[in-house]
Design a protein around this ligand. Structure first.
Ligand code: SAH
Length: 348
């Protein structure tokens, strides 16, 4: 694979262009072209000779939309092909206030949570910052968005991969997607979800990026959590909460816990009560999710009624909690499901 030009910041593009002996305004043209989601070869402002020189070193199309599935509710599921042939997926959710895109940070994942499709084949490789960014750029372009008038208004790092397991590239992506002169999405409109890599959560707090921090909790006890999330053997819930508090101190932003209900595993009255005593009084919100059943994983979700009952128990206990609407379920909405299906189809 060649290098990825979208990995570079505007000052880095300027240095590159200067080093190639081109005038400075070419850097601005090149950067704007990339940020509007164009391939290098499609940026009409640039000369053929200059583009040919760039293409010796850089990928023309680091992320290509290979497939789009549209659900009955308007949710779009994307399969992105990377330059080396790897596939990652993304989702676009349409809301009244704007469009939220879910991006992937790794090909596969090494966390191997018991309910998740992304970890089925382990980690294949990290995405570069430019590959994460390009997912947003190509979808924004596809929807008719520009740099000045974005079609993608919100980003969530909840596709395949553990963002904090690919820390440097993820932070570089966060800087580039929020950078003035680029697609410039406000950090307040970005949510990063982690399974709870405590040292990296502290590091992220120190970066001072005011994004929405989301932690996949899924259980109020360390022992039970470790049954469904192997990472819980390394990091305790108390340490995760301390890292969340650190984040709150630095950014003033409340944090969010994800809680996917799995029948017979984490959905009991005792779980709700334990969750209440764990989280009451904290500046946080709980997003309750109904498990998206992944066949290979063999775990079962709960009914909508039972999910509302669980949320009701949290609310009566004084927590701020909502049941997340299940969207795009008819197109394989859960992490990694679509890629897993695609890979299976491809291998016959
Ligand atoms: N690695 C990150 C982000 C990826 S997943 C993390 O662990 O947070 C985004 C969210 O979807 C996480 O809360 C994850 O636990 C949850 N999730 C994964 N598979 C799911 C499934 N099949 N049903 C419901 N939620 C799922």
């Amino acid at each position: 694979m060649k290098e990825i030009l979208q990995d570079l910041s505007l000052p880095e593009v300027e240095a590159l262009v200067a080093g190639m002996g081109e005038p400075k305004f070419r850097a601005g043209q090149l950067y704007r072209g990339l940020m509007r989601g164009a391939r290098i070869s499609d940026i009409s402002e640039l000369s053929k000779a200059f583009k040919a020189k760039l293409l010796e070193k850089f990928e023309d199309e680091p992320v290509r939309i290979a497939q789009v599935l549209t659900a009955s509710d308007g949710t779009e599921k994307y399969l992105f092909a990377l330059a080396d042939g790897n596939i990652v997926e993304g989702v676009l959710m349409r809301y009244k206030y704007g469009n939220t895109q879910c991006v992937s940070t790794q090909v596969g994942c090494r966390m191997n949570c018991a309910f998740c499709a992304s970890g089925l084949g382990g980690l294949v490789r990290d995405l570069t910052a430019g590959e994460i960014l390009s997912q947003v750029l190509v979808v924004n372009a596809r929807l008719g968005g520009t740099i000045d008038k974005r079609a993608v208004t919100n980003v969530v790092l909840m596709g395949s991969g553990e963002p904090l397991d690919n820390y440097d590239n993820t932070v570089r992506f966060l800087r580039s997607v929020t950078a003035p002169g680029g697609i410039c999405i406000s950090a307040r409109n970005i949510s990063l979800s982690t399974c709870g890599l405590v040292p990296r959560m502290h590091e992220l707090a120190e970066e001072g990026i005011p994004l929405n921090l989301t932690v996949s909790l899924h259980s109020p006890s360390d022992e039970e959590r470790a049954r469904i999330m192997p990472v819980a053997k390394a990091y305790k819930i108390a340490d995760i909460l301390a890292a969340c508090d650190h984040y709150f101190e630095k950014t003033g932003r409340r944090y969010i816990f994800e809680y996917s209900l799995i029948a017979g595993e984490n959905d009991g009255k005792a779980h709700a009560e334990q969750l209440v005593s764990l989280l009451r009084g904290r500046p946080c919100h709980v997003n309750v999710i109904r498990l998206n059943e992944v066949k290979e994983r063999g775990l079962q979700g709960v009914s909508e009624k039972d999910a509302y009952r669980f949320v009701g128990m949290l609310e009566r206990g004084g927590l701020s909690a909502t049941l997340r609407r299940t969207i795009g379920a008819d197109i394989g909405g859960a992490c990694g499901q679509l890629r897993a299906g695609y890979l299976k189809g491809a291998s016959g």
